[in-house]
Design a binder for this molecule. Structure first.
Ligand code: G3H
Ligand code: 13P
Ligand code: ZN
Length: 325
């Protein structure tokens, strides 16, 4: 089937208590790893492309890689989404260039500016059959000018006005997730019996308050990697240095997926699996120089991370057919 929007996926995810995985793609191996896992697990999927990915790999290459995945996986619905679109022009370029979904991230601007830019993107996108994700509240990490102060969480009292005035199709909210592999400072965490950092729990009270204001409306969580310690260890044991890397506990994401969260963004976990595997291979085989030899096991491990997310975290394995438009 051709690329689809996320409309039907979110409708089914909301109704049946699961979330769709939104995985960032930057090259062929990552596209293959994600879509092969989804194909084998019969899962719907959102492939997302950031501004940085377009700068690195080129818009056309990424679109064509995703189109190849659509041909290879005819029985699962696939969305091509712009992640963190910084302005109207970038969103327009992706809408004109074959994307079926875009995010306009004006969360760093004032409430009124966020509404105005989001509305402009929504009008253009809807005229072209494309759906729009917006954001209210600010995450740390790549948006790291803003700290984890209370003020950066989404304010439930603003969401009705924002959704009504913009007409957006889904809303990313800030409830304590954060981008990257260092989501929390050690002083924000406690340590478990193994000495692993345990982050502060997600603000389910905010999620529930938002959903009471917007019943049936799809909510999105960014910054939702769990930073598997297995791969942090692999990186550190093979020449890397990633002290105190910490992510969001998977049980909390599973809980959110059962509520109104219909899309969960995961990128760093795939990067960790890829990098850890390549570091280990390089360390163990200092004489090898054929990229296929180290990219092959790296791709296989990324695929297993995605499979694990589909089954254990998102709950969307086996749901491809009900999500077909
Ligand atoms: O949230 C952002 C994604 O992890 C993409 O990151 O801007 O490095 O491509 P990027
Ligand atoms: P992570 O860095 O937690 O994987 O978040 C990715 C993300 O939110 C992409 O938009
Ligand atoms: Zn994000």
């Amino acid at each position: 089937m051709a690329l689809v929007t996320s409309k039907k996926m979110f409708e089914m995810a909301y109704k049946n208590g699961y979330a769709i995985g939104a995985f960032n793609v930057n090259n062929m191996e990552i596209v293959q790893a994600i879509t092969e896992a989804c194909k084998e697990e019969n899962a719907p999927v959102i492939l997302q492309v950031s501004k940085g990915a377009r700068a690195y790999a080129n818009h056309t290459y990424l679109v064509k890689l995703v189109e190849a995945a659509v041909i290879e996986c005819p029985n699962i619905p696939i969305v091509l989404h712009l992640d963190h679109g910084p302005d109207f022009e970038t969103c327009k370029s992706c809408i004109d260039g074959g994307f079926t979904s875009v995010m306009i991230d004006y969360s760093g601007h004032s409430f009124e500016e966020n509404i105005a830019e989001t509305k402009k993107v929504v009008e253009y996108a809807h005229d072209h059959g494309v759906v729009v994700e917006a954001e209210l509240g600010t995450l740390a990490g790549i948006e790291d000018e803003v700290s984890h102060a209370v003020g950066s969480y989404t304010r439930p009292e603003e969401v009705i006005e924002f959704a009504e005035r913009t007409g957006c199709d889904s809303l990313a909210i800030a409830i304590g997730t954060s981008h990257g592999a260092y989501k929390f400072k050690p002083e924000q965490c406690t340590r478990n019996e193994k000495g692993i950092l345990v982050p502060p729990p997600l603000r389910f009270d905010i999620l529930k308050a938002v959903s009471e204001k917007l019943p049936g409306f799809p909510i999105v969580l960014h910054g939702s990697s769990s930073v598997p310690q297995e791969y942090v260890k692999m990186i550190n044991e093979n020449g890397g240095k990633m002290p105190d890397a910490v992510g969001i506990p998977e049980e909390q994401l599973r809980e959110a997926a059962k509520l109104s969260v219909c899309k969960i963004n995961i990128d760093s976990d795939l990067r960790l699996a890829l990098t850890g595997t390549i570091r280990k291979f390089m360390f163990e085989h200092p004489d090898k120089f054929d990229p296929r030899e180290y990219l092959k096991p790296a791709r296989a491990n990324v695929k297993e991370v995605v499979r694990h997310k589909l089954i254990e975290v998102l709950g969307c394995a086996g749901k491809a057919t009900e999500c077909m438009e």
